[in-house]
Write a protein that binds this ligand. Structure first.
Ligand SMILES: CC(C)(CO)[C@@H](O)C(=O)NCCC(=O)N/C=C\S
Length: 201
């Protein structure tokens, strides 16, 4: 009997986008919309935001589910309830934190986990890629702790960094600290998806 092997339907790649307390979080709706437009049939997207990030965008303007610390505590009441940061750590194939603010950079480098995003990182599966896009005031970027913390993320944890660029910043300062352009970030995500799919093929 002839059997036709049906083409393996490749599951969609699951991208977790993290947003933290840099004004660059204003770009979250644009980044997600571009990913949906250009990779929509290849990926699933969820967004996790710190409380500070919510000062910079409205989740109702994002074309993906936006999860916050409130969701973590609304969904966990008794021991048998699921733990959101563990569920998300298992769900995601790729974690992109854009922007990575100075506070979350420091927490990630030291293993602090006091909110949804840092708990996901603290429980992260090292075999899955993490891309971070630092964004902060130039004076913060130039502080010696920035290089120290970034080297921990890259050298010890294997995260990839899309470096900030020089711009007239939201506070009027001119210099390095602006998040990489959304196009750069989307293109890096596309490369990562291609890499994952080529490993599968
Ligand atoms: C907001 C945007 C994207 C506009 O082009 C750009 O200024 C930026 O990435 N700023 C992030 C740097 C920052 O957090 N500054 C905080 C105090 S100056």
């Amino acid at each position: 009997m002839e059997t036709t092997s049906s083409p393996v339907v490749r599951a969609k790649k699951r991208i977790l986008i993290g947003a933290t307390g840099s004004v660059a979080s204003v770009k979250i709706p644009l980044i997600v919309r571009t990913l949906v437009e250009e990779l929509g049939d290849l990926i699933e997207i969820k967004v996790v935001a710190t409380n500070a990030a919510l000062h910079f965008f409205n989740p109702s303007n994002v074309l993906a589910e936006v999860l916050t610390d409130k969701h973590e505590w609304d969904t966990w009441k008794v021991i048998s309830d699921p733990v959101l940061h563990i569920e998300l750590r298992k769900w995601a194939d790729l974690f992109v934190i854009c922007p990575l603010d100075a506070n979350t950079l420091a927490k990630a480098a030291q293993g602090l986990c006091d909110n949804l995003i840092t708990c996901i990182l603290r429980a992260w599966d090292e075999s899955r890629p993490v891309i971070v896009c630092p964004a902060m005031n130039t004076n913060m970027w130039n502080h010696k702790f920035t290089a120290r913390h970034l080297s921990i993320l890259t050298d010890e944890l294997g995260y990839r960094v899309i470096p900030p660029i020089s711009k007239l910043l939201a506070c009027g300062d001119l210099g390095v600290g602006a998040m990489a352009e959304y196009r750069t970030i989307v293109d890096e995500i596309k490369k990562e998806i291609d890499c994952m799919k080529s490993i599968e093929d």
